[in-house]
Design a protein around this ligand. Structure first.
Ligand code: BGC
Length: 462
């Protein structure tokens, strides 16, 4: 690089990083919306005098909206482009949050949560896609981890904000205040460049080159990347056809779906959505419930660093085994302790500690890794379709978990409910051994070759 190019490259680096940070804010919005409901439900329940069943719907209608949003997003991000999809997502974030804060009945709250869900479904599909397309090679891995980290930070911030607002019990502020980061996100997204890959898909090569020049600076890099994209676009996305005609592709789609079912049936979101309720049933008052929930959020953020640090050293499978085992033990002990209805201070704190152990198990493993694996195992031609199927599965399973927890508590009690999720985690250790490939240090091309040549799923990373 000559001397003249240096300031340009520095500027380009700053632009690229800014672009990625902004897109990762989508992760933050995602987290805020997951986290915000747990602290609000008890106050909502008091105000509208509704049953646990209605509360389950208020929690889960958002995930149902997200499933629909994710279904639409595949089409939308191709037809309208990534940037416009993100703008639409951001507008729906703001609108949904305001509507939640203003809801005048349980039904309107459920409807407002569906709007929020659409926002999440659209942005959680589009943001990682956009990130992967604009991040320069050397920060791409870090950017994808940043996205998961932002989700957990969003959850933590929502837990903290709920905790502070719980003193006044003002659930409208809890839910409505999310419109502020939503508006900031919207402003940020308006300044994003269009994805160069999408521009080239639309034959707008000149604009794509302009964006690449702004993002990368170095003309050699721009030229190389443009020709790489052109090369990739020669492989058309024909997921549905491939699914119908190719049994090997059906196996990788099935694996992606299974992986997301495993992530959700760990029971993580039982804690994300109902932590204050769980702590209440242990015998804690409102303030203690809220602060413990905030500690749950902090633990989730911190333990995500374990995954980021280990993923390329230990590999995926050892981390998953460890995580599922830790989760099974954590939930098993929580179930036992809650069954014993312990009242001694120390024993109660121990139970809270085991909830935190469970959170560590998830955040260090299935939280980030399942998303990574889901994008690694799909062949290029069917990647959009494959990831679309697994993402929608995430939301549908997420809905089921959210929609059944309180009913399970009411019908079979705490111990059996937590044992059930502990048993799922134990089964997932076996499924990981049996079906999940180790993808550490293997190129995506090699994984694809192995898959398509009919190797066993667990061997496609070799
Ligand atoms: C999961 C979410 C979960 C979050 C918790 C994500 O990877 O998909 O369902 O709420 O992690 O940190």
């Amino acid at each position: 690089m000559n001397d003249m190019a240096a300031p340009v490259a520095t500027h380009a680096k700053a632009t690229a990083i800014f672009t990625c940070v902004l897109a990762a804010l989508a992760g933050l919005m995602f987290g805020l919306d997951i986290g915000v409901i747990s602290g609000a439900t008890q106050f909502v329940q008091r105000q509208f005098a509704v049953s646990d069943r209605v509360i389950e719907w208020i929690v889960s209608s958002m995930m149902l909206g997200a499933a629909v949003g994710a279904l639409l997003a595949g089409w939308m991000s191709a037809a309208l482009g990534r940037k416009r999809s993100l703008i639409l997502g951001a507008v729906l974030f703001v609108a949904g949050s305001l509507l939640c804060g203003l809801a005048w009945s349980a039904d309107t709250l459920i409807a407002a949560r569906v709007v929020l869900g659409l926002a999440i479904g659209i942005s959680t599909f589009t943001a990682p896609l956009y990130l992967a397309e604009v991040a320069p090679e050397y920060i791409r891995g870090a950017m994808i981890s940043l996205y998961q980290l932002m989700i957990t930070i969003g959850i933590l911030v929502a837990f903290l904000s709920d905790t502070l607002l719980s003193y006044s019990g003002n659930w409208r502020w809890m839910l409505g205040v999310i419109a502020i980061p939503g508006a900031l996100f919207l402003i940020g997204v308006l300044f994003l460049p269009d994805s160069p890959r999408w521009l080239m898909m639309r034959q707008r090569d000149q604009e794509a080159l302009d964006v690449l020049r702004r993002l990368r600076g170095d003309p050699d890099v721009v030229r190389r990347e443009a020709s790489d994209i052109r090369e990739q676009l020669r492989t058309p996305q024909r997921g549905w056809h491939l699914f119908l005609e190719n049994g090997n592709f059906r196996r990788s789609v099935g694996l992606g779906v299974l992986l997301q079912l495993m992530q959700q049936f760990t029971g993580m979101n039982v804690v994300m959505y109902y932590a204050p309720r769980i702590f209440k049933d242990m015998g804690y008052d409102t303030q203690a419930q809220m602060w413990f929930t905030a500690i749950v959020g902090l633990t989730n953020v911190l333990a995500t660093f374990i995954a980021i640090g280990l993923v390329d050293r230990w590999g995926r499978k050892p981390i998953l085994y460890t995580g599922f085992a830790v989760m099974a033990i954590g939930l098993g002990v929580v179930g036992t302790m809650m069954g014993m209805k312990v009242t001694a201070h120390g024993a109660q704190l121990f139970t809270v500690g085991m909830v935190l152990v469970f959170i560590v198990g998830f955040a260090m493993s299935a939280g980030p890794l399942i998303w990574t694996l889901c994008s690694e195992v799909q062949p290029l031609k069917g990647r959009d379709f494959g990831i679309g199927c697994s993402t929608v599965t995430n939301w549908v399973a997420n809905t089921i978990v959210g929609l059944t927890f309180l009913s399970l508590l009411a019908s079979v009690g705490h111990t059996t409910t937590f044992y059930l999720y502990a048993a799922f985690n134990a089964i997932f250790i076996v499924l990981t051994f049996w079906l999940v490939p180790e993808t550490k240090g293997v190129t995506l091309e090699q994984i694809e070759r192995n898959l398509m040549s009919g190797k066993r799923l667990r061997d496609i990373g070799r």
